[in-house]
Design a protein around this ligand. Structure first.
Ligand code: A3P
Length: 306
């Protein structure tokens, strides 16, 4: 099956999710050749749900001892996606070299993925990896994806209207979707294995960043939660990764990421409820019904207004 709603022209239904074609090989390589280490940390997300932000926060927490200065921090000179690679993208080319560079990375490694929980490499699900997952209310997620892919360079931009893309989204057809199965896969895992999977929502992180950064640090057993300087350290990490601050950094204003995208398009509005400016009343009704149908009874719900 091939239907488009992706940076690349077509999506393939593969292992029960809609996979962008440019990473099918990467998914296979990830599952076959990747070896998890017990102290690895995985940042997992549905695309456009706050991945960049969570990568930055997690990188800063995990590496705070290597980079104690917030004035000369790697996040001031590198985009979070350059510091935390998405495994299925990374392993889609030059496999041998990429596996070697992964094994040479300093530990604990912080790595990323957009894959559904059911498609993660066995070595992750069976090891003592910690997974931090983020998703976002389905209304804002759709708008954020739409804005992102319409700004993609040349051939990769979508060939359909907002309304057509919305219809596909309602049918689950979106890169790494269906979005409801993606969320529910990690949600269920976070309930059965709370020490292994921490489930976060963009809206919660936005509302009380400090509280959730502390939760992440506790989940990772990070030393930053101990000692008298804990509160200041957490505040410094929150400030380092603030939307306005990251958006304003030279490194995030120019250049491309994932071939098709300008880095600056990763930092758009960073708000809860922007969807209101895009959706017609019938779209609101339709998506609300789908959210209820797919997520109702799971215990997973979202705030959709700021
Ligand atoms: P909007 O498109 O609604 O503005 P991802 O990182 O998964 O691609 O998610 C992108 C969304 O997160 C975008 O939302 C972007 O603006 C927002 N974002 C990026 N960096 C952020 C940060 N540091 N704090 C809060 N939101 C951020």
């Amino acid at each position: 099956k091939e239907i488009g709603l992706s940076a690349a022209p077509y999506l393939h239904f593969f292992q029960d999710f809609w996979c962008p074609p440019y990473c099918i090989e990467g998914v296979n390589n990830f599952q076959k050749h990747f070896h998890a280490k017990d102290n690895d940390v995985l940042v997992a997300s549905f695309p456009k749900s706050g991945t960049t932000w969570l990568k930055a926060l997690t990188f800063a927490i995990v590496n705070h001892q290597s980079f104690p200065s917030f004035n000369h921090h790697p996040l001031l000179s590198s985009n979070p996606h350059e510091l935390v690679s998405i495994l299925e993208f990374m392993l889609s080319h030059d496999l041998h070299d990429q596996i070697l560079s992964l094994s040479n990375m300093s530990e604990p490694r912080v790595l990323g993925t957009h894959l559904p929980f059911s498609s993660l490499a066995e070595s992750i699900t069976k090891s003592s990896w910690k997974i931090i997952y983020i998703c976002r209310n389905p209304f804002d997620t759709f708008v954020s994806v739409w804005e992102f892919i319409t700004k993609a360079k040349s051939v990769s931009s979508p060939k359909f209207t907002f309304e057509e893309a919305f219809e596909k989204y309602c049918n689950g057809i979106i890169g790494f979707g269906p979005w409801w199965s993606h969320m529910l896969g990690y949600w269920k895992e976070s309930i059965t294995r709370p020490n292994k999977v921490l489930f976060l929502k963009y809206e919660d992180l936005k509302e009380d960043t400090k509280f959730h950064v502390k939760r992440i640090a506790e989940f990772l057993d990070s030393p930053i939660i101990q000692g008298g300087e804990s509160s200041t350290l957490i505040e410094n990490i929150v400030n380092l990764c603030r939307f306005e601050k990251m958006k304003d950094l030279e490194v995030n204003k120019s250049g491309c990421i994932f071939t098709f995208f300008e880095k600056k398009t990763l930092f758009r509005k960073g708000e809860i409820g922007d969807w209101i400016n895009y959706f017609s009343p019938s779209m609101i009704e339709k998506l609300s019904k789908i959210v209820e149908e797919k997520l109702g009874g799971s215990g997973l719900s979202f705030k959709i207004h700021s």
